[in-house]
Design a binder for this molecule. Structure first.
Ligand code: MG
Length: 379
């Protein structure tokens, strides 16, 4: 287990979060030299970043074989930063909706210097609507740009502690029993597994996977169970199968019913679809044991940094997850991953032809990159 995070200030006045309260003071203001150059503004671009899944991906909501993410580039002062927009249909997002949101966001940030990071974020959040993945891509690109400009990796700019990266889970996609058993064998180098439940054949699927491995397994119901009673029954059975914890048993609109599930459940319960932004976290106290933060949901590295501090302060276990995304989006998550207890950062491990390179993983543990910015480059 990872030691609790110690951060200087958690909350600003009025209960709202002030991102600047979390940032090292050296990053709160633009360097003097940049202020005097008079260089303002940046060139922004968003294009499609198609990803191909190695295996069909089935969760309680749908099945997919490919993913259309977006590549956001921010160029200023001769340096280009990259960010990835990983749309999720669950939140009403698509590449097409991201393009529309991006057009609005790009207009709103016109004339800002990349050093005015929080102003970019606030304007982007105001304009992006449901498309938080666009805010996330912009935030990643700003950090990548800043790291390249200063010649330092993003995790170092953020003051993230080194030497405490949790093991990431590796997802075993739902398929026939024989295929799932084969996938478990293929995943030999990953010590922790994750399995999707909330499907008609949960018992058969988990039994098949458990029959060929003793590794820790975490499950994700993706809002797939329809009542507190069903969730309690499923969780009690999952406990007998040596499952470590359960993500999002019920639909997010049934948050209130999670109180009863939590009281009866013998396993830790982690909110995912029920927690998007920092503002969602306080309302989950007493309903879940942990929160699953994803950059594409919360709006990027800066907000994930804040959510780690806030979640820790409110007593939650902290999980950092991802969408299906390339090494670019995963690298952005890795930059703040040491703040989190549980990692589910395998999106780039589930695709073929990763368009970015530079990240490395050993025995399920991501290495903090040493290159400047996010530490990845186009493949
Ligand atoms: Mg989940």
């Amino acid at each position: 287990m990872i030691a609790p995070v110690s951060r200087r200030t958690l909350l600003s006045t009025g209960g709202a979060l002030a991102a600047s309260a979390f940032l090292p003071t050296s990053l709160a203001a633009p360097p003097e030299a940049t202020k005097t150059t008079g260089t303002r503004g940046a060139k922004l671009d968003l294009r499609s970043l198609p990803l191909k899944l190695t295996h069909a991906w089935t969760i309680s909501r749908n099945t997919s074989t490919e993913k259309k993410n977006g590549l956001l580039t921010l160029t200023a002062e001769g340096v280009t930063g990259y960010g990835e927009a990983a749309a999720n249909v669950r939140y009403g997002q698509s590449f097409e909706s991201a393009e529309k949101a991006f057009a609005k966001v790009a207009k709103a940030v016109e004339g800002l210097s990349p050093w005015e990071h929080l102003a970019w974020l606030e304007r982007a959040e105001k304009e992006a609507g449901v498309d938080s993945e666009v805010v996330a891509a912009l935030d990643m690109a700003l950090w990548d740009w800043k790291g390249k400009k200063l010649g330092a990796p993003v995790h170092r700019l953020l003051g993230i502690p080194t030497g405490r990266m949790a093991v990431t889970t590796y997802s075993i996609g739902i398929d026939t029993a024989d295929v799932m058993k084969a996938k478990v064998k293929e995943a030999a180098r990953y010590p922790h597994l994750k399995v999707k439940v909330g499907l008609p054949d949960d018992e058969a699927n988990v039994t098949a996977i458990r029959s060929v491995t003793d590794k820790p397994i975490r499950v994700d119901a993706n809002e797939g169970w329809k009542s507190a009673a069903e969730a309690v029954t499923k969780i009690a059975w999952l406990k007998t199968m040596g499952i470590e914890f359960v993500e999002q048993p019920l639909p997010s609109f049934m948050n209130a019913e999670m109180k009863a599930v939590k009281a009866a459940a013998g396993l830790p319960l982690v909110a995912d679809e029920s927690v998007l932004h920092p503002a969602d976290v306080p309302g989950l106290v007493g309903l879940f044991d942990g929160i699953n933060v994803k950059l594409a949901k919360c709006g990027g590295i800066t907000r994930a940094y804040e959510m780690a501090a806030l979640g820790r302060a409110l007593g939650f276990k902290l999980m950092l997850g991802c969408m299906i995304e390339s090494s670019l989006g995963i690298a952005a998550a890795v930059a703040v991953a040491p703040l989190y207890d549980w990692l589910d950062l395998d999106g780039n491990l589930l695709i073929t032809g990763d368009p970015f390179k530079g990240l490395s993983i050993k025995d399920g543990v991501w290495a903090l990159p040493f290159g400047p910015g996010l530490g990845v480059v186009p493949a």
